[in-house]
Design a protein around this ligand. Structure first.
Ligand code: TMP
Length: 227
């Protein structure tokens, strides 16, 4: 049985990377999942991210987010670099893991490109959809956990953490457009995007995410769970 692709999305500072780690650890303890693992159905839970989930991707991440000494990056160049990172990631990491039956927990995926390069930078959404299609070969997430948070609150959280990367340095209006992009995507794809209230404290958010994910075990693996 092929695995599942679970993606975490949201604006800067929404807490998705922390929550991804917490969910990964919690799933290992989950009785529903252990039952499946005993039947050899979910060999592994793999945490990964975009950009930077491969060796090539780490170099691209450095290009995309590192300090460029103020040198500009054209929006289309930025778009293509994110697409290149994704193409490599899907081929080298995500598809093989899914084929082995694993659960892939991925920090950002196609919706980030729509939100950041589409809504944020203002590039054509149709072009982005085409590129996402090329990069992924049409591989969609089974579930997208969208950590919903006001862009201003999220940015304040990241600035408390210290130095901001190239994307975080963009102005508030940019990040508000990104937030609007995620709102629009959630409305367009209710079948795979679940909104999580990320204003709450870490433990509360983690419990909510776990409950959502456990709710999917039954429909995804019903025959195997009752067998
Ligand atoms: P993060 O790993 O800390 O979330 O940083 C990744 C940054 O890259 C974040 O600012 C969002 C941005 N990004 C895009 O602009 N487009 C994309 O397609 C992806 C995957 C990330």
């Amino acid at each position: 049985m092929p695995g599942k692709l679970l993606v975490f999305e949201g604006v800067e500072g929404c807490g998705k990377s922390t929550q991804l780690q917490i969910l990964g650890a919690a799933l290992q303890q989950s009785s529903g999942l252990q039952q499946l693992q005993r039947r050899g159905l979910i060999p592994q839970i793999l945490a990964t991210r975009e950009p930077g989930g491969t060796e090539l991707g780490l170099g691209l991440r450095q290009l995309l987010l590192g300090d460029r000494g103020g040198a500009a990056m054209a929006s289309r160049a930025e778009l293509l670099l994110y697409a290149a990172d994704r193409a490599q990631h899907v081929e080298e990491v995500i598809r093989p893991a899914l084929a082995a039956g694993s659960w892939v927990l991925c920090d950002r995926y196609i919706d980030s490109t729509v939100a950041y390069q589409g809504y944020g930078r203002g590039l054509e959404l149709a072009l982005i959809e085409q590129l996402n299609q090329v990069a992924t070969g049409g591989l969609l997430p089974d579930l997208t956990l969208w950590l919903r948070l006001d862009a201003e609150v999220g940015l304040a959280r990241t600035r408390q953490r210290g130095s901001a990367d190239r994307m975080e340095q963009a102005d508030l209006a940019f990040h508000q457009r990104v937030q609007g992009g995620f709102e629009a995507l959630a409305q367009q794809h209710p079948e795979r995007i679940v909104a999580i209230d990320a204003t709450k404290d870490i433990d509360t958010v983690a419990r909510e995410i776990f409950a959502v994910v456990e709710g999917y075990l039954q429909p995804w693996y019903a025959p195997s769970l009752t067998a």
